[in-house]
Design a protein around this ligand. Structure first.
Ligand code: NAD
Ligand code: ZN
Length: 348
């Protein structure tokens, strides 16, 4: 049975200041912070005590299971057992925070938990603080990881944060392109949800609101509370996916991340840009939003990719049964044939 579990939430500009009184109740806090903030005054805002531990997370690559394992090893080596984990960053850092919390409590290797409901025990209390919005990772029940053989989430009720702090003031420093790419992850989640066969009123309601917020943000020159709007869109998009699924875009973009190391946000945009046949007017609307914000979606990324790699990407896409079933129903393999997937990749 799929039970909706939402994290507790503190919302508002500068709500990060609330962290101080939360932290005081814990012995040792492990901060996992996106390296972007390494030289930032964030440290002053978040009140790190001498006994707490900070690890700056390198998000050059999307999260690897081996990276999580190395964090666990170093904590063990230094006999550090946090009773609170706070992840501050984008989807990559939030997912690493979820995984570290789970593995510290359950033992073993990160890759052992990729899949559905493989986590046995609730992890260490974890707080997520997004600094860029769109993935919905702040609310989702998955922590997406890349292992040697696959990109797959740790899908579990125990992946859900215990508390999230949604403070839109973090978004001020996000560069324009990255802001757009990550936000479009939300737009695409919602389109895939609405156009999918798993659609239901729960997911539709959240998706419609999130899409409306994306339109407000990306199709208006002057807009108040832009960051707060996109932060709420991301949250709603994450909720929408609880009772639906992603679709064709995600099934294809996982191939781009795993084989070509292209990040999720931009990868989705590259794929969505060629999905006119499936998502029609939404693709036109997406292009309008890109143009309005002076974003050029990369093209020709497959020009130098050989047949060998292309075959691997097709194989990966064919493994994405849930998104493809959502997109086309049980007979999806008659529509998304190897040939069709290859053709789509070649147009990117
Ligand atoms: P990210 O975490 O990879 O970060 C992207 C870039 O933005 C990085 O360079 C980072 O340093 C920078 N950044 C973050 N906050 C910033 C700020 N306030 N100011 C300036 N720069 C900032 O980006 P993302 O798009 O949020 O996350 C992508 C990851 O999330 C992928 O690994 C993807 O697989 C995963 N994901 C997870 C879920 C889920 O439900 N768990 C859903 C979708 C995607
Ligand atoms: Zn996504």
């Amino acid at each position: 049975m799929k039970t909706l579990i939402l994290p507790k939430m503190i919302y508002g500009y500068n709500s990060i200041n609330e962290l101080r009184c939360i932290v005081e109740k814990y012995d040792t806090v492990l901060y996992l912070i996106d390296s972007f903030f390494k030289n930032d005054m964030l440290k002053e805002k978040i009140y790190i005590r001498k006994k707490d531990v900070t690890i700056f997370i390198d998000v050059t690559n999307e999260p690897r299971t081996s990276y999580v394992d190395s964090i666990i090893q170093s904590l063990k080596k230094n006999i550090i057992s946090p009773d609170l984990i706070i992840a501050i960053g984008g989807g990559s850092t939030l997912d690493i925070g979820k995984a570290v919390s789970i593995i510290l409590m359950n033992g073993g290797l990160c890759k052992d938990y990729q899949g559905w409901d493989l986590v046995k025990k609730k992890g260490i209390y974890k707080i997520g603080i997004p600094t860029i919005s769109g993935t919905g990772a702040e609310v989702s029940r998955t922590a997406v990881m890349i292992s040697e053989i696959q990109k797959l989430g740790i899908n579990s009720d125990y992946s859900v944060f215990d508390l999230i702090i949604l403070d839109p003031s973090f978004l001020q420093t996000v560069p324009n392109e990255q802001y757009f790419y990550t936000a479009m992850d939300c737009f695409i989640h919602c389109v895939e949800s609405i156009k999918g066969t798993f659609i239901n009123e729960f997911s539709r309601s959240y998706s419609e609101k999130a899409i409306e917020l994306c339109r407000e943000v990306f199709l208006n020159k002057k807009i108040s509370e832009r960051d707060a709007k996109i932060m709420m869109a991301s949250y709603f998009g994450g909720c929408a996916i609880y009772y639906s699924e992603t679709g064709i875009c995600h099934a294809l973009s996982y191939g781009l991340s795993f084989i070509l190391n292209i990040h999720h946000g931009i990868g989705n945009c590259i794929v969505f840009n060629v999905l006119d046949d499936f998502y029609g007017d939404y693709v036109n609307e997406f292009r309008k939003m890109a143009e309005f914000n002076s974003i050029k979606i990369p093209k020709g990324i497959m020009n130098n990719v050989g047949d060998n790699l292309l075959d691997k990407m097709v194989e990966l896409t064919l493994k994405m049964e849930k998104p493809l079933t959502n997109a086309f129903g049980g007979e999806w393999s008659k529509i998304m044939t190897k040939q069709k997937i290859k053709e789509l990749y070649k147009t990117m």
